[in-house]
Design a protein around this ligand. Sequence first.
Ligand code: ZN
Ligand code: ZN
Length: 407
Amino acid sequence: MERRKAVLIILDGVGDRANRNLDNMTPLQYANTPNLDRIARESVVGLMDPISPGIRAGSDTSHLNILGYDPYEYYTGRGPFEAAGLDMDLMPGDIAFRCNFATVNDDLVVVDRRAGRIKEGTEELLKDLNGIWIEDVQIFIKPGVEHRAALVLRGPGLSPAVSDVDPHDTGVKIHEAKPLEKGAEKTARILNKFVLLAYDKLKNHPINKSREERGLKPANIILPRGAGMVPHLRNFEEMHGLKAACVVGTPLIRGICKIAGIEPIEVEGATGGYDTDMIAKMNAVLENLERYDFILVNIKAPDLAGHDMDPRRKVEVIERVDHAVGYLMDNLPEETVLVVTADHSTPCTVGDHSGDPVPIMIHAPDSRREGSEFNEISVTTGSLRIRASDMMNLILNHTNRAEKFGA
Ligand code: ZN
Ligand code: ZN
């Protein structure tokens, strides 16, 4: 039995519902996808629930489930994965938050949740805050893209069960973090102390003085949200026997991969946006397949079009995806297993993630040939009706790596 390698392509949020603007078809049905359809005809096909039927998955919980980590056990909030995606050094038990640099007035009322989409100086602004101690807890903070940052609390007796400081709105006072369960009082207290301490330091910071002189909004406060505890994920290779890498643009998914020990491959032009260079991502897969057994690829653009409730844009994105996946297929070594699916549906009629299942196809040289076209409707004639927690078993089976259960 030849042990194969596998490439798993996640078309983020590609699943959808019937759309009146597309003759009551889904964007996948409506789009012209000769390459995806050609692969479907040589694949095992069907539908997959990212968590279980009807559950609206986040990208984070779904990716965890796909990779073999039960999100109900390991997921407490997205903060840790965002922080890991920014390459912060994390330890199991750390409490992490996503943050915004924001602008508040003297009464701590939010004027701008993104501090005028600040682009420069964030590193400098955080310099005196990173590494400080509040009581017996050490604080780490690192800037991300533009107004984004991640915050980590490390110390004894901390809990992820605290509410957001970010009020998620302008014209209202920042919220005080509250404990959401017994035992979270200390975390809420430290977090509130940190926010006020940061405000004290930032409001008179030379960078903010200079911003105000230039008519720009000062980044005078940090608003944490999305608390979560850094989970101890068993190493992916240890668990599945696959040396793994990922080609992923968004920090959230990159962070999940990092915590699981899946190595991110950096790709020039992979932005996680509409403008992402999909062919560059596929070339990164082809160039690295020699060194790995398994490569995860996430393409974020379909999800963005779903959130934007723009079915025409989603069709256009899907047609670009089709071209890129066709390019990959034509250049992959013949023995490679190729899986194409989504992490959840983001219907253009909803503008957010829904609980609808997503299409999946698994292509191997000897896979049963079940499909006709790759879309939510056509794949229902295939044999698969699975949950994402079945994914790694299916990949191990089709790569001829699964261990026999019994004699
Ligand atoms: Zn997603
Ligand atoms: Zn989304």
